[in-house]
Design a protein. Structure first.
Length: 151
C-alpha cells in the first residue's frame, strides 16, 4: 500500500464531499429559464475532485510501498515553483486582469511541465484563457477582474 496516496485520496475525497455539501446552502436565483445557477460549477468541481481522489485512494490501496518512487530534487523544485506561480497568479489577477494574468499563469505552468514547442506556448495560453473567460463571464455570468487594460 502506498500510504501517502491512500491518505491524500481520503483527505481530498472528504474535502470534495464537504464542498459538495456546502453547495446545498447556496441561494438559487434563476434569472432566466436557461440559467445554470450558483451551484452548477462548484458541484461539478466537487464531483470531479471526489472521483479523482477515489482513483488515487484505490491506487494507493493496490500499490506496494517498495514500488513507490521517492520525490526527486527536480520534482520538489517544480512543486515549489508551481506553488509560487499560484501565489503570484492570486496576487496579480486584480491589477493585471483575468485574461492577462491567466495567460501568463498558463505559460508558466506549461514551462514547468516541460512543454517546449513554440506553437503550443503561443497558441494554448491565450486560447485556454479566452475559453475560460467566455464560460465564466458570458455563460455563468461571473464578474471577473478587468485589470489595468480592461481585459
Amino acid at each position: 500500500m502506498k500510504r501517502n496516496d491512500t491518505i491524500a485520496g481520503a483527505v481530498f475525497m472528504a474535502l470534495g464531499a464537504t464542498a459538495f455539501f456546502h453547495t446545498t446552502k447556496f441561494d438559487q436565483t434563476l434569472i432566466t429559464d436557461n440559467y445554470l445557477g450558483a451551484t452548477f460549477f462548484p458541484r461539478i468541481v466537487a464531483l470531479v475532485m471526489i472521483v479523482i481522489s477515489a482513483l488515487v485512494l484505490v491506487g494507493g490501496l493496490r500499490g506496494n510501498e517498495e514500488a513507490a518512487e521517492k520525490a526527486s530534487k527536480k520534482g520538489l523544485i517544480r512543486t515549489f515553483a508551481g506553488i509560487a506561480a499560484i501565489a503570484s497568479y492570486a496576487l496579480f489577477i486584480e491589477p493585471l486582469g483575468f485574461i492577462i494574468s491567466t495567460m501568463l499563469f498558463n505559460l508558466i505552468i506549461l514551462a514547468l511541465f516541460g512543454v517546449r514547442k513554440p506553437l503550443t506556448l503561443v497558441v494554448l495560453p491565450p486560447s485556454v484563457s479566452l475559453i475560460i473567460y467566455w464560460v465564466f463571464y458570458k455563460l455563468l455570468m461571473v464578474p471577473l477582474p478587468e485589470g489595468i487594460f480592461f481585459l
